[in-house]
Write a protein that binds this ligand. Structure first.
Ligand code: 3NM
Ligand code: MG
Length: 495
C-alpha cells in the first residue's frame, strides 16, 4: 500500500517523527530471514525515538530482535508467550468479544487491540464493524476488572473519524487509550502530514464540541433571536411525502430550506456558514444509504450540526440495519424520533407498527431509552410524543462523563397533529434550524425548537376545524410564535 516511489522505512520514519507512539510490524508475506532483516531496520528507528516496536504474531522474531509481541486469537496464547518473553515485554492481544477481553485480562495481556471499528481494506476479516460505540461494553469489562490493561481500537480509523472515535469510545471513568492505523499513514502520499493531522485531531476536542459551553445562562428566547438573525440554511434530505411541508415549516421559523440529494455538491453545501443537515431516512434503498453517508461525512468533516430522524426504524429489518449503519458511520448532533424509533436506535426491543407515534410508553422507560442512546452516541436525543423528551448526551468539551445528564420535558401540542402528515418530520426541520443558529448549546437549542413547535401546535389546534385547516394554521402560528418569542415552558431536570 506504500505509494509508488515512496520507501517503506521512510513512511515509518515520518510516522515516528510526527507523533506515532508505538509501531507494530505486521508481515504476512516475508520469509523468516526477510522478516528479521526488516524488523531490525524498523527497530533501529523505534530505538532511536525511544518507542516500542511490537512484532505481530511471531514470538521467534520478537525474541530475535528483542521486541514486543502482538498475538491474535489463533496465535500463541499470552501465558506461553509471557514465559518466553519475560515480564518486561509488552504483550497485546486482538479481541472483539467480551469473553476475549475477559481472557486477555486473566492472561495478563498489557493491551487489547479491539476491532474492527469500521470497514477496512487492509485486512481480510469476517468480523463486522462494531463502531466506537460498540467498544463501550468492552471498556466496561476492563474498567470493572480494575486491571491496568489498555485498549486501542483498530480498523478503518482515519482523519475523518478519529475525533468521533475518541468521543464515543468512552464510558464514565474510562476511555479508549489509543487507536491503531495502517492505511491512513502507510498509504499516504505525505505520511508526515497524515500523521501530524491524525495526532492533532486525537488531541483536540472534536470540532462538534469546541463551540459548546455548558453554562446555564443560555437564554431560551435568545435561541429564537439567533435563528431570526442568522437565517440558517437547513439542507434537507427527507422523504417525498413531507418535502413541501418541511420546506414551509423551515421558512416559517425564519430559516432557509435547501433540498438536495446530489452527492457531488454535499462537500460545498457543508461549508456554508450557519447551516445544518436534516437527514430523514424516509424510504431507504442501498443507493440512497450511500448518499446519506456521503452527506453525513461531509457535515461531520466541517463540524456542522446534523439532525437525524430514523423514520420507522423498527418497522423492518432493512430500516433497523440502516439506522445501525448510519449511527456507526457518522456522528449525529441530534437524533430525533418517536418512541418506537428511539427504542430501536437505542437497541432496545419495542413492537412498532409504522411511523405514527403509537401509544404512549411509560415516560420513565422513554427517558431511560433516550438516555441510553444519548450517552452512548454523545448526542442530543429527542423523543417526540404527547410529551417531548429531550436528553443531552453531549459532553460539552469534557473528556469524561459524570453519568448525570440533563433531560427536558415539553408538553403542549394538539391531538390533531397526529392526523397531519409531516408534523413529526418537520419538527426535525425546526430543530435543525435552531441547532444551526445556536452552536453553543445544541441541547437547549433543541429544547426551544420543541417548545415553540408545541405551542404553535396548541394554538393552531385550538382554531382548526380539522387536519386540513390545521396545516395552514400551523404555519401561521409557528411563524407567529417565533416572531413573538412564544413557547411552552420546558421542565429541565438532571437525571
Ligand atoms: N487488524 P486500516 S483490522 C491489522 O481487527 C488489522 O484485528 C485488525 O488497517 C483487527 O487502518 C486491521 O488500514 C487493519 O483499516 C487496519
Ligand atoms: Mg495474528
Amino acid at each position: 500500500m506504500v505509494p509508488p516511489g515512496v520507501l517503506f522505512l521512510d513512511q515509518v520514519q515520518k510516522a515516528i517523527d510526527n507523533g506515532v507512539t508505538c509501531v507494530q510490524l505486521r508481515e504476512k508475506e516475508l520469509n523468516t530471514r526477510e522478516f528479521i532483516a526488516r524488523a531490525r531496520e524498523v527497530k533501529k528507528l523505534t530505538d532511536k525515538a525511544g518507542i516500542p516496536l511490537i512484532i505481530n504474531d511471531r514470538v521467534d522474531i520478537a525474541l530475535a530482535v528483542d521486541a514486543h509481541l502482538h498475538v491474535g486469537q489463533e496465535d500463541m496464547e499470552v501465558p506461553v508467550a509471557r514465559k518466553l518473553l519475560g515480564p518486561n515485554k509488552i504483550i497485546g492481544v486482538s479481541a472483539s468479544k467480551p469473553e476475549e477481553i475477559e481472557k486477555a485480562l486473566e492472561d495478563g495481556a498489557d493491551y487489547v487491540g479491539v476491532g474492527i471499528c469500521f470497514d477496512t481494506q487492509t485486512k481480510v476479516t469476517r468480523k463486522l464493524p462494531m463502531g466506537p460505540m460498540g467498544s463501550q461494553r468492552l471498556l466496561q469489562i476492563i474498567k470493572d476488572s480494575g486491571k491496568p490493561m489498555k485498549m486501542c481500537l483498530i480498523g478503518g480509523i482515519n482523519q475523518t473519524n478519529i475525533q468521533r472515535v475518541r468521543a464515543q469510545a468512552s464510558i464514565p471513568g474510562r476511555a479508549v487509550d489509543g487507536v491503531a492505523v495502517v492505511s491512513c499513514i502507510m498509504a499516504a502520499q505525505n505520511a508526515a502530514a497524515a500523521t501530524k493531522e491524525l495526532v492533532r485531531l486525537w488531541n483536540e476536542p472534536p470540532i462538534f464540541w469546541d463551540q459548546l459551553d455548558s453554562n446555564s445562562d443560555f437564554n431560551l428566547s435568545g435561541a429564537i433571536t439567533s435563528v431570526l438573525s442568522t437565517h440558517p440554511l437547513v439542507h434537507h434530505i427527507t422523504n417525498d411525502v413531507v418535502k413541501n411541508f418541511s420546506a414551509n415549516v423551515t421558512l416559517a421559523v425564519g430559516a432557509a430550506p435547501l433540498m438536495s440529494e446530489c452527492s457531488e455538491e454535499f462537500d460545498d453545501l457543508a461549508q456554508y456558514p450557519n447551516n445544518s443537515l436534516l437527514l430523514n431516512t424516509g424510504t431507504p434503498n442501498e443507493e440512497q444509504t450511500k448518499m446519506y453517508i456521503t452527506a453525513l461525512k461531509a457535515y461531520n468533516r466541517y463540524g456542522k450540526p446534523v439532525v437525524y430522524d430514523p423514520v420507522g426504524a423498527g418497522a423492518s429489518t432493512t430500516r433497523r440495519q440502516n439506522a445501525k449503519k448510519l449511527l456507526l458511520e457518522a456522528y449525529m448532533t441530534v437524533i430525533k424520533g418517536n418512541q418506537g424509533e428511539i427504542f430501536t436506535a437505542a437497541g432496545l426491543e419495542k413492537s412498532m407498527r409504522g411511523v405514527d407515534s403509537g401509544s404512549e410508553e411509560a415516560l420513565d422507560s422513554v427517558v431511560a431509552a433516550a438516555k441510553k442512546l444519548a450517552v452512548q452516541s454523545r448526542s442530543v436525543v429527542v423523543v417526540s410524543g404527547k410529551t417531548d423528551v429531550v436528553v443531552d448526551g453531549i459532553l460539552h468539551g469534557r473528556r469524561d462523563v459524570t453519568g448525570e445528564v440533563p433531560v427536558a420535558f415539553i408538553q403542549g401540542g394538539h391531538e390533531v397533529m397526529s392526523h397531519v402528515t409531516g408534523t413529526g418530520c418537520s419538527l426535525g426541520s425546526t430543530i435543525a434550524a435552531f441547532v444551526a443558529a445556536n452552536r453553543s448549546n445544541p441541547f437547549l437549542a433543541t429544547v426551544v425548537a420543541c417548545s415553540v413547535y408545541k405551542r404553535a401546535g396548541e394554538k393552531a389546534g385550538a382554531e382548526a376545524n380539522g387536519p386540513g385547516t390545521f396545516q395552514a394554521l400551523f404555519l401561521d402560528k409557528l411563524n407567529e410564535c417565533v416572531t413573538t418569542q412564544e413557547f411552552e415552558n420546558p421542565k429541565i431536570i438532571l437525571t
